[in-house]
Design a protein around this ligand. Structure first.
Ligand code: SR1
Ligand code: MG
Length: 434
């Protein structure tokens, strides 16, 4: 864990400080080539929390991410622990051996400056930006499904003795400040009056008020909030939305795991699925005369299907091949007669993850429309009425997922419901799911 002594060395990096830091790292110097005065530094961060720099030399480039002592999107009025950088690097170290090249290569972590020097992903772009631009990434659903399966399975009790998990659980339990963000911003604020909330107004005023007064919806959300705190199933990324994935047509990488802790696997699954659905609902806002985005919407839903199916198949395969943990110990299920019962139990577990994915995904959709941190998928739609129409559709779908979960037994149930759930009574349309 970081110490107070390490904190004392902290200073916010500027280009000069960054060059001094890197000049001392022989491997990174060699990668960049040339001498520090020839290196170009740019700050490129557009996220809610951190500074992000690109450093380019004559032979190569690196990315440097540094935690700020406050929430970047809010300013110094919202202080925030620097230790998130430590939890991010700890997450990368833990899942790295299991996920291979699906994360960036980490060159160096500086415990005093709370910054990480890592591979600069190029020509990758943030998946969310690609989705807004209507670009297709043929491997992304499969890659992220594989990623969640591997990262979560190998850190779960299915794969490892509980002692190891307990040690890590204790370490990541220190990530309290970021867990607090999630607890408040996802599971509470959108359903109560909070100064941090905002929404497209006046178009969604009634919907926001209706959601705050919807007891059945709030109970469903609160149950997922409780599950988020209680179900220490695996080491989860904690913020696996489409802004935490970088892509090319051939390659996908998961970044930004600073919200990591031992939590429910469905939270990571839901983050990715929920953000694909947000993108689907935002597409009319990005339509042009030449492209109404309807074919692109089908592609998004196909990626959602591939994502879930890949996760399910890979998680089950990993379980069949690597059952070395204390949950469902392999030595207990050695007789031929056990196979059917074990298969049924495994299938039931995956069904529970599916239900969690839908519930958490819906919570994540709602918070991006009625809460503090919104997403560029909607924010980049200039026309407020058009934006509100797209957002109302997403809210209706999320409401249906949370209040009518029995309608959804398979990913096909979700995919066929999405185009039919377009408006919500509170947003001036018909009731959801009709
Ligand atoms: C105050 S931080 C707001 C949001 O940004 C991150 O991406 C997380 O999703 C967090 O909830
Ligand atoms: Mg992030």
């Amino acid at each position: 864990m970081p110490t107070d002594g390490a904190c004392a060395r902290y200073r916010m990096l500027d280009p000069q400080g960054l060059l001094a830091l890197i000049a001392d790292l022989q491997d990174v110097r060699a990668l960049l080539g040339g001498a520090p005065p020839s290196w170009q530094v740019r700050e490129v961060g557009d996220g809610n929390l951190n500074l992000v720099f690109i450093v380019e030399g004559p032979d190569g480039s690196v990315c440097v991410k540094q935690a700020l002592p406050y929430v970047r999107a809010a300013g110094s009025s919202w202080p925030m622990s620097l230790q998130r950088a430590f939890f991010e690097t700890s997450y990368y170290r833990t899942v790295g051996p299991h996920v291979g090249a699906l994360i960036p290569r980490i060159h160096h972590y500086d415990a005093g400056l709370y910054c990480t020097v890592m591979e600069r992903l190029s020509p990758h772009i943030i998946l969310r930006h690609g989705l807004i631009a209507g670009r297709r990434y043929p491997n992304v659903g499969r890659d992220i499904g594989e990623y969640v399966a591997r990262a979560c399975f190998f850190t779960s009790d299915l794969a490892r003795p509980f002692e190891r998990k307990m040690d890590e659980l204790a370490l990541f339990a220190g990530n309290k400040d970021l867990i607090r963000i999630t607890v408040d911003l996802i599971f509470a604020d959108p359903y109560r009056v909070s100064q941090r909330n905002r929404h497209t107004s006046p178009q969604l005023d009634q919907t926001a008020e209706r959601f705050r007064g919807d007891g059945a919806l709030k109970v469903a959300v609160a149950r997922f909030g409780q599950k988020f705190l209680n179900d220490a199933q695996a080491l989860i990324h904690g913020d696996l939305h489409s802004g935490s994935v970088m892509v090319t047509e051939a390659d996908s990488r998961v970044i930004d795991p600073e919200f990591a802790f031992y939590g429910p696997i469905g939270f990571d699954l839901g983050a990715f699925l929920g953000n694909l659905l947000l993108s689907w609902y935002a597409q009319p806002g990005h339509a042009t005369v030449n492209d109404d985005r309807s074919a692109y919407r089908d592609w998004i839903l196909e990626q959602a299907r591939i994502f879930w199916q890949t996760f399910r198949q890979r998680f089950l395969a990993l379980w069949a091949e690597n059952a070395r943990g204390d949950a469902f110990p392999a030595t207990m299920f050695g007789t031929p007669g056990d196979a059917a019962a074990l298969d049924a139990a495994r299938s039931a577990f995956l069904d529970s993850l599916f239900a969690d994915m839908l519930g958490f995904g819906a919570c994540k959709m709602i918070r991006r429309i009625l809460g503090f941190a919104h997403v560029a998928d909607f924010e980049s739609i200039q026309d407020a009425a058009r934006r509100a129409g797209c957002e109302a559709g997403a809210l209706a779908m999320a409401h249906t997922l949370l209040t009518q979960p029995a309608r959804f037994h398979s990913i096909d149930d979700v995919i066929s419901a999405v185009p039919r759930v377009l408006r919500h009574a509170g947003a001036g349309g018909s009731p959801p799911g009709t």
